[in-house]
Design a protein around this ligand. Structure first.
Ligand code: ADP
Ligand code: VHF
Length: 387
């Protein structure tokens, strides 16, 4: 099996990507690994890819495994029980961050998440706001599962699935999964000599999942199966997913030039359409009445709803709920929907106020808008604005 099994194809155009780097690229192969058991021989190329992407005005959120391997390297513990892995992850996480910091020109920022954080609407929005802010500040956010507290139902289980969840969380337009093999094969490539490379996947079928179920490498958690599961989640949200070998400098270099040697899993529909479709049909928990100025701003593509334009609040919704937006006047049919950044009670207090006053009125602030433009969908097109 070699990387040249996968002939090049165009990578979809992207502006924000989530890059997942598995333990198989960070540890377990060095004759002289550093004190934490991590070895930069492959990570350095991936860090360079991230820097070059930033230079092209692209944003990358990194999901990095390797804490357990780093912890093991530090104290040389054998064994594989869950609680030992949790302890090793705690021992290794700081080393993992230090490792990436040494390879990166920009400040790195650690975000540890569990499944629970992503299921809970408020924590989901908070994590999203933090990640957006970290990107705005020009830092490199690095995400890992919060292994010390995550067991069973709290756990996403593997970083491939975590990366897919993060790709939706940050509205990425590409998920990149770097691993130690060229891409997806029709069977376990190290065990089946007839395994064929699969460069393009239109739909993830049960047969494909079965082909990918042969288990992980010696350091990895889920093998190809969890990568395909992650790709299924991301592509269902409209995010194309690329699987490639992070060990081959030529493959990583080509990626920066928009060429993929690996497996591309195609999105099921358009990313924005998938999200907007959801916003359009999710049950709403309340309404905001807005003045003409705000209505006109929302009709112009790209505007968020600011508290100053809100005239009245109806319903008892919470931060993160879907709400409708209506104009004042006789015709009260909603013309937009979106996710509330603040609860009904909070919006009641900041309505008609300038965004700069939010903090002094509420004592805290999640952001300047009551509905962020990324979370807003227009239901009707205003003919005057369109013309
Ligand atoms: N059908 C398949 N195609 C490619 N790799 C497979 C397949 N089935 C199992 N694998 C295994 O999955 C491994 C990659 O997963 P894993 O070890 O979990 O890596 P990582 O640490 O990068 O997440 C490969 O090295 C290979 O041994
Ligand atoms: N959170 C764990 C990684 C779990 C995991 O999914 O590992 P991998 O299959 O190498 O991506 C760690 O940092 O070691």
């Amino acid at each position: 099996m070699s990387v040249s099994d996968f002939s090049p194809q165009s990578l979809p155009n992207w502006r924000r990507a989530v890059l997942k780097v598995g333990s198989s690229l960070l540890a377990g192969f060095g004759d002289q690994p550093d004190a934490a058991g991590l070895d930069p021989r492959y990570a350095a190329g991936l860090a360079r890819f991230i820097e070059e992407a930033r230079a092209q005005q692209r944003e990358v959120v990194l999901v990095s495994s390797g804490a357990v391997a780093a912890g093991r390297g530090r104290i040389g513990a054998g064994g594989d029980s869950l609680v030992l892995r949790q302890a090793l992850a705690s021992l290794g996480q700081a080393s993992l961050m230090g490792f990436w910091q040494q390879l990166s020109d920009r400040p790195v920022a650690q975000v540890l998440l569990t499944h629970d954080d992503l299921r809970n609407r408020r924590r989901y929005l908070n994590a999203r706001a933090t990640l957006r802010e970290l990107l705005r500040l020009g830092t490199l956010p690095i995400i890992n599962e919060n292994d010390a507290v995550a067991v069973d139902e709290l756990k996403l289980g593997d970083n491939d699935n975590l990366a897919a969840a993060v790709a939706s969380l940050v509205d990425a337009d590409l998920l990149l999964i770097a691993t130690d093999i060229g891409g997806l094969y029709s069977a376990h490539p190290q065990r089946d000599p007839d395994a064929r490379p699969i460069a393009r996947v239109e739909r993830i079928t049960p047969e494909l999942l079965l082909a990918a179920s042969g288990g992980a490498g010696k350091l990895g958690t889920g093998g190809m199966r969890t990568k395909l599961e992650a790709a299924a989640k991301a592509t269902a949200a409209g995010i194309p997913t690329a699987l490639f070998c992070g060990r081959d400098p030529a493959v990583v270099q080509a990626l920066g030039d928009g060429r993929l040697h690996g497996t591309l899993v195609l999105p099921q529909g358009d990313r924005l359409r998938a999200r907007k479709q959801w916003l359009r049909h999710a049950p709403s928990s309340g309404r905001l009445q807005v003045d003409d100025g705000a209505a006109a701003a929302l009709h112009r593509q790209g505007a968020s709803l600011l508290p100053g334009g809100v005239v009245a609040v109806e319903g008892d919704f919470r931060r993160g709920d879907v709400i409708e937006v209506v104009s004042t006047g006789a015709d009260a049919a909603p013309f937009a929907r979106g996710l509330a950044q603040y609860s009904a009670m909070e919006i009641g207090r900041i309505a008609r106020r300038h965004s700069n006053d939010i903090e002094s009125v509420l004592g805290f602030r999640y952001g300047e808008s009551v509905i962020h433009r990324d979370d807003l969908v227009l239901l009707v097109v205003d003919p005057e604005v369109k013309a």
